[in-house]
Design a protein. Structure first.
Length: 196
């Protein structure tokens, strides 16, 4: 377990349009992660959990190039309606390549590459995210097992391999639009995401 992220974990009440949460901040070296916690998940099983990697373009500016912003909203509304749950917001922009490189990848996609090809053209794997920190955060809250809101099989295996029991997967599928249809098709065909 990464001890440094637990040296100082500030928290505060966090009323929002999705419900009343408590927000926790975890500092891991240069990375800063958040957990929005609904109710008390301590020692609970089948805790609804969304692990969401930062996407400034989608989450903040409403980009139609991806489905991130809508997944964020749907997951927060879902958890906000439950007795307890956790939304983990990871400081892993652009599937781990960072914001600057993400915009470079966008430019390559404008030229005809898909999201996987663009990352590889820049010298990256298609997905550099890691989930060990998620396990540390869930253990901090003493969660016994989870129901994960995701379409990503690598996220499921990455969390299970580190010792968190996943009881169920809750799909987070949003309607495609003309700007993200190719992106979603690529996630399905090349990254094996569970997208209908």
């Amino acid at each position: 377990m990464s001890k440094d992220i637990f040296d100082d974990v500030p928290s505060a009440d966090f009323p929002s349009m999705y419900g009343n949460f408590r927000v926790y901040a975890f500092k891991e070296g240069k990375y800063e992660h958040l957990a929005l916690v609904k109710g008390d998940p301590t020692d609970k099983e089948r805790v609804p959990v969304r692990v969401h990697s930062q996407c400034i373009t989608g989450d903040t500016f409403g980009s139609k190039r991806c489905d991130c912003g809508l997944q964020l909203e749907n997951a927060l509304f879902y958890i906000g309606e439950r007795e307890y749950g956790i939304f983990i917001y990871l400081d892993q922009e652009g599937r781990g390549i960072g914001l600057f490189n993400k915009i470079k990848a966008y430019a390559l996609q404008d030229g005809g590459m898909d999201t996987v090809e663009a990352n590889e053209e820049l010298g990256f794997d298609c997905d550099l995210r890691r989930y060990d920190i998620v396990v540390d955060i869930l253990k901090y809250f003493k969660v016994r097992s989870i129901e994960i809101l995701t379409n990503n099989p690598d996220k499921i295996s990455g969390i299970e391999e580190k010792g968190i029991r996943i009881e169920d997967r809750i799909p987070l599928v949003v309607a495609p639009n003309r700007f993200n249809q190719t992106y979603l098709n690529t996630k399905r065909s090349k990254m094996n995401h569970y997208i209908g």
